[in-house]
Write a protein that binds this ligand. Structure first.
Ligand code: CP
Ligand code: NVA
Length: 317
């Protein structure tokens, strides 16, 4: 079924219904197949896309760039050292200038407020390419990967081990709640997800009746039992590198190693990571390189899911 996502922002994933997310995943699959079949697209012909990056990026930047060019559009990379934003000009004015020239804006940076303000003042669709709080385009790639590998989303037991209050844990909780997965955060108590976000996710479960569940625990051995997917992320996110020494101490028991995968009791458990990974910290090299690990299929899926995000909101569909 086709949904009209025209002119829609993607700021947190909170405002997309499960049906709209399903539609984006279907469109991602179709766009992935289209590229595999060597069919050149024109869905973004004549469209200009601004890519603002305050923080570094490999996957997100490349996915936005290739996705736009594949469909005939023009991406413009704007590092914060290249533009006036944050130096001479505030977000509100930058938004109003870019909105006069570009058809859509991607933003990666620190504050969620910045991406919200770009959306408020630019007058064009804005896509969150990661902030301190959320990483919604990554969740689309993660859901697509799980759907491809397991053939379903509903009822999948998905365990996130590590920093339960970072952008990935927050966004995965939202995405899993919407799509009916059993989402578990295994983290030390001091890194349990912000109760406000947990509350919002319980409300999502109630509103969508997706059949999903949420559990937050510090008992990682119990948490992983019968898991279909084990997910982790860096112990110190971009901008909080000074916390690494403390994190190493408290997160060591949550490292994804072969012993932890065995504790799932599932010989086919999948290992996912948004990447970049710090091997030897949140995941061992052995797990990362094992047959459980689908991290490069997941990275590949950033492109078609981002393509679907852009095309659905500004494309000539
Ligand atoms: N996963 C992800 O967002 O990767 P980048 O930081 O390389 O964009
Ligand atoms: N939590 C990580 C995700 C990187 C894609 C960070 O913000 O650095």
């Amino acid at each position: 079924m086709a949904f009209n996502l025209r002119n829609r922002h993607l700021l947190t994933l909170k405002h997309h219904t499960p049906q709209e997310i399903e539609y984006l995943l279907d469109l991602s699959r179709d766009l992935k197949n289209k590229k595999r079949d060597g069919i050149k697209g024109k869905l973004l012909a004549g469209k200009n896309v601004a890519l603002i990056f305050e923080k570094p990026s490999t996957r997100t930047r490349c996915a936005f760039t290739v996705a736009t060019i594949d469909e005939g559009g023009h991406p413009e990379y704007l590092g914060t050292n290249d533009i006036q934003l944050g130096h001479k000009e505030d977000v509100k004015d930058t938004a109003r200038v870019l909105g006069r020239m570009f058809d859509g804006i991607e933003f990666r940076g620190y504050s969620q407020q910045t991406v919200e303000d770009l959306a408020k003042y630019s007058g064009v669709p804005v896509w969150n390419g990661l902030t301190d709080d959320y990483h919604p385009t990554q969740i689309l790639a993660d859901l697509l990967t799980v759907r491809e590998k397991l053939g379903r989303l509903k009822g999948v037991k998905f365990v996130f081990c590590g920093d339960g209050r970072n952008n990935m844990a927050n966004s995965l909780m939202i995405g899993c709640a919407k799509m009916g997965l059993h989402f578990v955060v295994a983290a030390p108590t001091s890194l349990h997800t912000d109760p406000e976000i947990v509350k919002e996710c319980y409300q999502i479960l109630e509103d969508t009746q997706s059949g999903g569940t949420i559990e937050i625990t510090d008992d990682v051995q119990k948490a992983v039992k019968d898991a279909d997917v084990i997910y982790t992320d860096v112990w110190a996110s971009m901008g909080e590198e000074d916390k690494l020494a403390e994190r190493k101490k408290i997160l060591q028991p949550y490292q994804v190693n072969m012993e932890l995968l065995k504790a799932t009791g599932n010989p086919n458990v999948l290992f996912l990571h948004c990447l970049p990974a710090v091997k030897g910290y949140e995941v061992t090299e052995e797990v990362f390189e094992s047959h459980h690990s689908k991290v490069f299929d997941q990275a590949e899926n950033r492109m078609p899911t981002i393509k679907a995000t852009i095309v659905s909101s500004i494309g000539n569909l």
